[in-house]
Design a protein around this ligand. Structure first.
Ligand SMILES: [Fe+2]
Ligand SMILES: [Fe+2]
Length: 355
């Protein structure tokens, strides 16, 4: 008779998971995630080309931008430019990390082409608002580029996708906030007279892109959350805990910029908690940050009868059926697009339940 450790079986029984135990092999899960990303990427590019093919030069009437904006408004524009202009580093480092994935790496290049337009758009805003001279801006950009952005999560594709979820949402919140000021709707006294239709248009164009980016990364993060819930929840937790905006540490006078942005009511700890973290967590089927922390504590890897470590978890705050529905919907939506082209006949996309 097989001699086994009774305590392990007892532990297995006791920690019978609240989400079903996975059915698929690691290889099959990885294949599904990769195929999902490829479909998502194809679908994204098709929409992006059709709906968001705007020009940072032609689609904003730069000649009409106000030339008497306050120091604060100008510093915000300059800060937005500084963050976006690190796009070569963002693309290089992220592509290197995920170059093995067709969908993720090609997406990241497309994403980079959109982020480059954001950098050019804010560069135009800085140039036409006449706050600084063209020479000053050239020097400033040289100074910025003398530092290089590096990955906040080196060698960790899963943590990086969660990072980009929160970062894209945060960026979108920043631009929406700028839009409110540009409409003359700010509740802050110092920003009440900053209405500028040119900046309304600029903020609008760019905020729509950021929403599309957020959505791509969110769908991708859900793939990990669905097929690798324990690891994904831990990744999400770490990313939230150590989150900071990209390039903040290498941009000169970044503290002044973030103080102005905070005082302008655009983005501060309150917006971060309420409009970024909570919104993204809800979209990821997670009730709250507190529940996430509790889930981590209760997550364990337990050996099964064959001695393999098996995921068994109790995630009190995770709505797992929400994740499964969202992943299914993503497969349906992108599958319809693929069928229009005929991919369904050569390389069909098929959702497989993991549980
Ligand atoms: Fe951007
Ligand atoms: Fe973005």
């Amino acid at each position: 008779m097989l001699n086994y450790d009774k305590s392990i079986v007892e532990e297995l029984e006791e920690s019978r998971p609240k989400i079903p135990v996975g059915l698929l092999s690691r290889q099959e899960k990885d294949r599904l995630i990769e195929r999902g990303f490829l479909a998502l990427y194809r679908w994204y590019v098709d929409r992006s080309q059709a709906l968001r093919n705007w020009s940072p030069d032609r689609d904003v009437l730069w000649k009409n931008i106000r030339q008497d904006h306050s120091y604060e408004v100008n510093r915000i524009l300059e800060g937005f430019f500084a963050v976006e202009q690190y796009v070569p580093d963002y693309v290089e480092n992220i592509v290197n990390l995920i170059r093995g994935s067709h969908g993720r790496s090609h997406f990241q290049i497309r994403w980079g082409s959109e982020e480059a337009k954001h950098a050019d758009l804010w560069h135009n805003a800085c140039l036409f608002s006449r706050f600084r001279s063209p020479d000053w801006l050239r020097k400033y950009m040289g100074e910025l580029r003398s530092n290089q952005w590096t990955l906040p999560w080196e060698g960790d594709p899963m943590r990086m996708i969660f990072y980009t979820v929160f970062q894209e949402r945060a960026t979108q919140i920043n631009y929406l906030g700028m839009g409110v000021i540009a409409k003359g709707q700010s509740k802050k006294e110092e920003f009440k007279d900053s209405a500028d239709p040119v900046l309304v248009q600029a903020s609008r164009l760019i905020a729509i892109d950021e929403a599309a980016h957020y959505n791509f990364f969110l769908e991708g993060a859900r793939l990990f959350l669905y097929y690798y819930p324990a690891q994904a929840i831990e990744a999400m937790h770490d990313v939230i805990k150590y989150f900071s905006m990209p390039a903040g540490a290498i941009i000169p006078d970044y503290d002044e910029f973030s103080t102005i942005v905070h005082k302008a009511g655009i983005y501060g700890p309150r917006e971060h908690a309420k409009d970024v973290i909570q919104v993204a967590l809800n979209n990821l089927g997670m009730a709250s940050k507190k529940m996430l922390e509790e889930g981590i504590r209760k997550t364990r890897l337990v050996p099964d009868e064959d001695g393999n470590l098996r995921e068994t978890a109790i995630f009190p705050g995770l709505d797992f059926s929400h994740i499964e529905d969202a992943v299914r919907r993503m497969f349906d939506r992108t599958g319809k697009f693929e069928a229009e082209i005929g991919f369904d006949e050569v390389d069909p996309l098929e959702f497989k339940p993991g549980y």
